[in-house]
Write a protein that binds this ligand. Structure first.
Ligand code: PMP
Length: 384
């Protein structure tokens, strides 16, 4: 049995400071959490609007469970597609300004399904090098040819598009880069799509709920719309629940419904989750103060972190990465913060490129100015 080999691989990983471990939450997700028995001020969740433990969402989930029970019982195409799923898909399509939408159980599955359904052998996928792992896996699974361009490098992408003579062309990119916080140049990407007759799949996992009018996402942020754009977003981050969706032209959505294996061959998510998500969408639409609060906290953090020995990366979103460099230093800094009762995760390769290990500070509308001041003070003290 190759157990020794497995153990050796794990030991190597540990020696490089790359072993990951799980911390156990004993409270609801939020700004103040209990982890492994200790109280922490948390800057490490994607719950950007503070909705993951909102009483209205909890009540909606309970009501959804009363009405529809706990399990969906089957895949969508067999007998697991409920009125709540349908209502959510319609509401999501309207919200992001697309004719149709299809819901998936997770963002990972949405990306796998969308890319695999739309392209295959003989086609080409163009991908930003800093894309999320799920987009990377999706393009490999699709069997299309893959061309990766340097992060946001439109000149290199234009060259690659110009060299591609046959098949479908699909550009895939994070809209807000998950470990960097910067926003993709969507207007330039769309212009290239038009020039080269390509499609653009935008993964707005970190923009939905946060960017644009009423949190409608990156398309609203740039005031853009095009049938070439296939919009994907997740519902377990700002929306505070779980799941994901793809919104696009009706013919694209019908193609996904017929072809996306991660949609077809899996049990539909519990319909009660869709009921909770409909409640979440009301809050997204109505409570602009959450996005305004985020903007204030982002400005406060960026101002307060000036003069540190580590580089605060350029970002206007709630993802504010502090570049530290080596795996050991970032782990030590994260541990030191933890000793002060503050939890900020250390992000290491392969999630980010070698030598760019960082603290991924994420802000939430549930933080207040005093919380951010506490983080700023702790980091300045640890820098001494
Ligand atoms: N895309 C991006 C950019 C993400 O950050 C994530 C989640 N970290 C996903 C997709 C996957 O979404 P989910 O967690 O719903 O599977």
């Amino acid at each position: 049995m190759p157990f020794t080999e497995l153990q050796n691989e794990l030991d190597d990983r540990a020696a490089q400071g790359l072993l990951r471990r799980r911390r156990m939450l004993e409270s609801a997700q939020g700004v103040r959490i209990i982890v492994d028995g200790q109280d922490y001020l948390s800057f490490c969740s994607n719950d950007y609007l503070g909705l993951a433990n909102h009483p209205q969402l909890v009540a909606a989930l309970q009501q959804g469970a009363q009405q529809f029970g706990t399990g969906s019982g089957a895949s969508h195409l067999v007998s697991g597609h409920f009125s709540a799923h349908q209502a959510l898909e319609q509401a999501l399509a309207d919200f992001v300004g697309k004719p149709a939408a299809l819901s998936f159980s997770t963002g990972y599955m949405a990306n796998l399904g969308a890319v695999q359904a739309l392209v295959g052998r003989g086609d080409t996928v163009f991908a930003d090098k800093l894309n999320h792992a799920s987009l990377n896996d999706a393009m490999l699974l699709s069997r299309a040819e893959v061309k990766r361009y340097r992060h946001n490098d439109m000149a290199q992408l234009a060259e690659q598009l110009a060299q591609t003579m046959s098949g479908r062309k699909l550009i895939i990119t994070d809209a807000v880069f998950s470990m960097d916080g910067d926003i993709a140049p969507v207007p330039e990407l769309l212009a290239l799509c038009e020039q080269h007759d390509a499609w653009l799949l935008l993964d707005d996992a970190h923009g939905f709920g946060v960017l644009g009018e009423q949190g409608r996402g990156v398309l609203s942020h740039f005031r853009l719309e095009s049938p070439r754009i296939i919009y994907m977003a997740t519902l377990g981050k700002a929306a505070g629940v779980s799941g994901a969706f793809v919104a696009a032209e009706a013919v694209v959505i019908e193609t996904l419904l017929q072809n996306a294996r991660s949609y077809i061959y899996t049990t539909a998510s519990p319909p009660a989750l869709s009921v909770a998500l409909l409640a979440s969408m009301s809050i997204l639409r109505e409570e602009d103060w959450r996005r305004e609060r985020l903007q204030q906290l982002i400005a406060q953090l960026r101002e307060g972190l000036r003069g540190l020995p580590w580089t605060l990366m350029q970002s206007d979103t709630p993802i504010q990465p502090l570049l530290v460099g080596s795996n050991e230093s970032v782990l030590a800094l994260s541990e030191d913060l933890r000793a002060c009762g503050i939890w900020v995760p250390a992000i290491r390769p392969p999630t980010v490129p070698q030598g760019t290990a960082r603290l991924r500070i994420s802000l939430s509308a549930a933080h207040d100015a005093a919380d951010v001041a506490a983080l700023i003070e702790a980091l300045h003290e640890l820098a001494l």
